[in-house]
Design a protein around this ligand. Structure first.
Ligand SMILES: [Fe+2]
Length: 227
């Protein structure tokens, strides 16, 4: 189903100029899961002392404060703690890892997917860069998983989109990339990378979703968005 959606998507792209350009899959025949065939429900990586990730948006939700507390408790690598606790921590480090929906033509996003970027410049946050594995950064720097579920109490479908490589999508991954403003995904330190993440099927317009995601270099972050 996704292959079919992708074909439609690529055809649409072919008729448009500018805007967003989908990054080709590394392999054309990947066994990526479609939004209609959810991956197995992920297990929350709960560790002792780390605050539980709420399933509903708490009253007075403050993503900076929550992620700072959870990060210091172990959800963010120790090497990054001086940055998040430093004077520029909120804008340049915590804010940089919070998701937002970029202003792109909805017709350019495959059905069942949500376009996400990290670090909303409109809020004064640093834009999150992305980098391939290298000698200097052996782990690479990008989000390798994004989990989305409807922010409701009790059971809800949660889909995990996987990104085991950047700048291309690896065989077996169900996530996809696009480029904000066109151009190369590696331009501007990878800051124009759009993550196309699978949405649960139980959503309606106006629903709030929980986005729980992992940056390879800087740990886990949680936020809620209304879609
Ligand atoms: Fe990061």
């Amino acid at each position: 189903m996704f292959e079919q959606n992708r074909r439609v998507f690529l055809q649409r792209l072919a008729t448009l100029t500018g805007g967003v350009v989908l990054v080709p899959f590394v392999t054309a025949c990947g066994r990526g899961a479609s939004p209609e065939s959810p991956v197995s429900p992920p297990t929350e990586p709960v560790a002792p002392g780390i605050p539980v990730v709420p399933v509903t948006k708490p009253e007075g939700w403050d993503p900076i404060a929550f992620n700072k507390i959870r990060g210091n408790a172990g959800a963010i690598p120790e090497s990054y703690l001086p940055s998040i606790n430093g004077p520029d921590g909120e804008m340049k480090h915590l804010g940089k890892h919070l998701p937002f929906v970029p202003a792109v033509d909805a017709a350019l996003v495959p059905p069942g997917y949500l376009a996400l970027m990290w670090g909303d410049a409109g809020k004064g946050y640093a834009r999150h860069p992305n980098a391939a594995r290298s000698e200097e950064k052996p782990a690479g720097h990008w989000y390798n998983w994004i989990r989305i579920r409807k922010a409701v109490a009790g059971d809800a479908e949660e889909l995990e989109s996987a990104y085991s490589e950047w700048p291309g999508i690896a065989d077996g991954d169900n996530g996809a990339y696009a480029v904000f403003g066109g151009g190369e995904i590696t331009d501007d330190g990878g800051r124009n990378t759009i993550y196309l993440a699978a949405l649960p099927t139980d959503l309606n317009p106006g629903d709030t979703i929980r986005i729980y995601a992992h940056c390879l270099t800087h740990g886990e972050y949680v936020d809620f968005l209304t879609v």
